[in-house]
Design a binder for this molecule. Sequence first.
Ligand SMILES: *Cc1c(COP(=O)(O)O)cnc(C)c1O
Length: 401
Amino acid sequence: MALDIRSRFSLRPVINVSGTMTSLGASIVGPQVIETVAGVLPQFVEIDDLQRRASAAIAAACGSESGYVTASCSAAITLSIAATMTGDDPGLIERLPDTAGLANEVVVQTGHLVNYGAPIDQAIRLAGARVVPVGAATEAHGYQLASAINERTTAALFVVSHHTVGYGLIHLEEFIAVAHGKGVPVIVDAASEYDLRHFIAAGADIVLYSAHKFLGGLTAGIVAGRKALVRAAYFQNGGIGRGMKVGKEGIAGAIAALEAWRTRDHAAVRERERGYLQLWRDTLNGLPGLTATLDADPTGNPLERLRVSVDPKLAHISAWDLVDALARPRGDARPVIARDHEAELNYFFLDPCNLHPGEEQIVADRFVEEIGHAQRASEPIVTPFHQRDARRQAARLRWPD
Ligand SMILES: *Cc1c(COP(=O)(O)O)cnc(C)c1O
């Protein structure tokens, strides 16, 4: 690595096998986006016109009537729900989050109440709306959705994420049919989904994406959907949306990212990722106590990850201690950040989507090194899992020190 900007800021040169995480800087922004953003930064533009171009680009990519760009997908949730409550009435837009007298209830399945870095129910409440959970964590039915909807209901929110409960819930098609049967618009949070057309085609009124996840744009949120709702969401910029504004660079970046997405050689990207996964699978399966298998993406994105199951007796280390060791290396080895939401079950994942060439070998080598270290330790490295979360919270609270 010749010139790494991170050394200028004394930042660790982390390797991301976790996924498109905000906490790691989201994704690798590609050259087409960087060029566009560099071009627009020194220029004045008329933002309404730039957003008109964004609308056309989003409509073309998503098969929607229109679209616009906001600060993030989280902002897009708040603003599209606001849109269902206020329409394009500027008086109501300026009155939010005071929703007295307005229909303000948002139905959402309990198993969809995720935390993507902040609780999704807060993104709803931020608009002045009220969350009405439907069903239990692992079980929901169409009749429960139907009976949760009344004259105070303003929207139905459907979340697509690996964080949602993966079984027992109402599927998209039924969710849309029930909500529409009651005259309620459906907003789909598809922040991290590859498929830009499926949800609009399935009948969603609004679909939301992150521009900085698979699309590789700057940090921004994409709102796609029916024109009247998209307009009403856009007009929230004169209200609660002001604090969630996106600049010219984010809008231009999203347009460029959508163009780059259309022309990207997706098959070649998959092929490269498959190579990484094969290297890791072969290396890890040769190490004591590790079992590595390929795992399809839980929401159906066209990618696989490596599932690394750890037998702490044989490996001499627990899954979570191995993840922590990879992230906090000895000497000048590079930190490797794995995908560890489920580490307490003694497995974690390696995501191949955010690597620079050559980093895949470093990842494989780091496993050999850390398992070797654990094997030589006099005692198995197995710290109590319940202390790990407290340790992480404490470390966070020490910021900025
Ligand atoms: C990442 C994510 C978000 C938040 O997206 P941002 O653009 O980072 O605000 C919301 N919902 C889901 C399902 C996500 O995965």
